[in-house]
Write a new protein. Structure first.
Length: 87
């Protein structure tokens, strides 16, 4: 139970950064914002399906939250853009 709590707290904190990045992008209102809005919705549907499959396959809530954290981390990297010196 403690592991689920820790994973959930970490997910909450990490997701706040992605939410901030997405809000800044959406506030621009340009074509990139439209693409991000569509991506955001499709990711949510995909993550829900993945979570259901994990639970139906015998996985627990900790596994679901850990996988969501992986998705959040990937989004944070993508939204941060290319690093310094990228061509």
């Amino acid at each position: 139970m403690f592991e689920l709590w820790v994973q959930s707290v970490l997910l909450t904190v990490e997701a706040q950064g992605v939410i901030a990045q997405r809000l800044a992008l959406l506030a621009a209102g340009d074509a990139a914002a439209t693409v991000e809005a569509h991506r955001m919705v499709s990711e949510k549907v995909g993550a829900l399906c993945e979570a259901c499959c994990t639970l139906m396959g015998g996985g627990g809530a900790v596994a679901v939250v850990a996988r969501y954290r992986e998705h959040v981390a990937a989004n944070a990297l993508r939204l941060a853009g290319p690093g310094p010196g990228a061509a």
